[in-house]
Design a protein around this ligand. Structure first.
Ligand code: NAD
Length: 279
């Protein structure tokens, strides 16, 4: 059976499965995060840009779970890259904690070199246990590693059965950067993903759902997943994936679903960049 955590390049252990909070706020966010914590999730993924760090912080604090058992991830928005220190300090306040487990640069836009160097300092001061990036293609990643002191521990990129990022994964492995999948359920695409006949058949054989197999496939490929849901049933279901194992043959069948085309967050696509820049 697989480990529930994986070591980062600085030997900190990161959970293999976390809870995503994109597009949830206020009471709905608090309730969903509470359900997640009660279901066993300990890693929560938020961001300055999501506007819900306060709701996440309220809930982690109220939950009574010791801070050392939680793994809090947030991201600095590119519009704040010139003010990274103040932004991280605001995140610490909103999340009601004296340190963050992982802070990511949200996109490779704007002055991300300045932002990275400030994250390095905050990391050295012990305010952030690990630092990383998001939406970085391998070329940007290698450049950042080459010209800075601390290499990113994690790169969070769109990854799911329909876009498995197998080439990117190999590059990240080479540089010891952990691969964290955002949109691991393809943002809930039913027809193209969940109803794929091979996936449905594999799920049936294990008495699991398509969503559970989609997440398990990534974890077994060495990819950390952070599925999101605001539905109690789905929140629990998405965490209940540690009690079965896909066979090598099943993994090979699922690899065939890869189109290698990102649908959501492709930093190589100018039209996607224009939309992302509006955040
Ligand atoms: P996701 O792939 O996690 O899909 C979420 C959607 O899938 C839900 O809204 C729901 O419609 C559906 N769903 C969830 N569980 C299901 C289940 N068991 N059965 C059927 N349908 C189910 O998409 P996401 O929220 O975009 O990505 C996950 C997290 O990744 C986000 O919440 C956020 O934390 C992070 N993220 C980061 C970036 C970035 O730029 N770094 C971008 C997008 C998302």
């Amino acid at each position: 059976m697989m480990m529930n955590t994986m070591p980062l390049n600085n030997d900190i252990q990161m959970p293999m499965l976390g809870f995503g909070t994109f597009l949830m706020g206020g009471a709905e966010c608090e309730e969903s995060v509470l359900t997640a914590l009660r279901s066993g999730y300990r890693m929560i993924d938020t961001a300055e840009a999501y506007g819900n760090e306060e709701a996440v912080g309220n809930t982690t604090q109220k939950s009574g779970i010791p801070r050392g058992e939680l793994f809090l991830v947030t991201k600095v928005n590119f519009r704040s890259y010139e003010n990274t220190r103040a932004t991280v300090e605001a995140s610490l306040e909103k999340l009601k904690t004296s340190y963050l487990d992982l802070v990511l640069l949200h996109w490779p836009f704007g002055n991300y070199y300045a932002a990275w160097r400030e994250l390095e300092k905050l990391h050295q001061e012990g305010k952030i246990r690990a630092i990383g990036v998001s939406n970085f293609d391998p070329d940007r990643l290698i450049d950042l590693i080459e010209f800075n002191q601390v290499a990113p521990a994690v790169n969070q990129i769109e990854t799911h059965l329909l876009c498995q990022r197998r080439t990117e994964h190999e590059w990240m492995e080479k540089y010891h950067v952990r691969h964290m999948a955002y949109a691991p359920l393809g943002q809930g695409r039913k027809n193209e993903m969940f109803e794929n006949p091979a996936l449905v058949e594999i799920a049936r054989a294990h008495g699991k759902t398509s969503a559970q197999v989609a997440l398990r496939f990534l974890m077994q490929s060495g990819v950390v997943v952070i599925p999101k849901s605001v539905h109690k049933g789905h929140i629990k279901e998405n965490f209940d994936i540690f009690d079965f194992e896909l066979t090598a043959d099943e993994m090979a069948q699922l690899v065939k679903m890869d189109t290698a085309v990102p649908m959501i967050g492709n930093p190589e696509n100018p039209a996607v960049v224009e939309v992302a820049m509006k955040w």
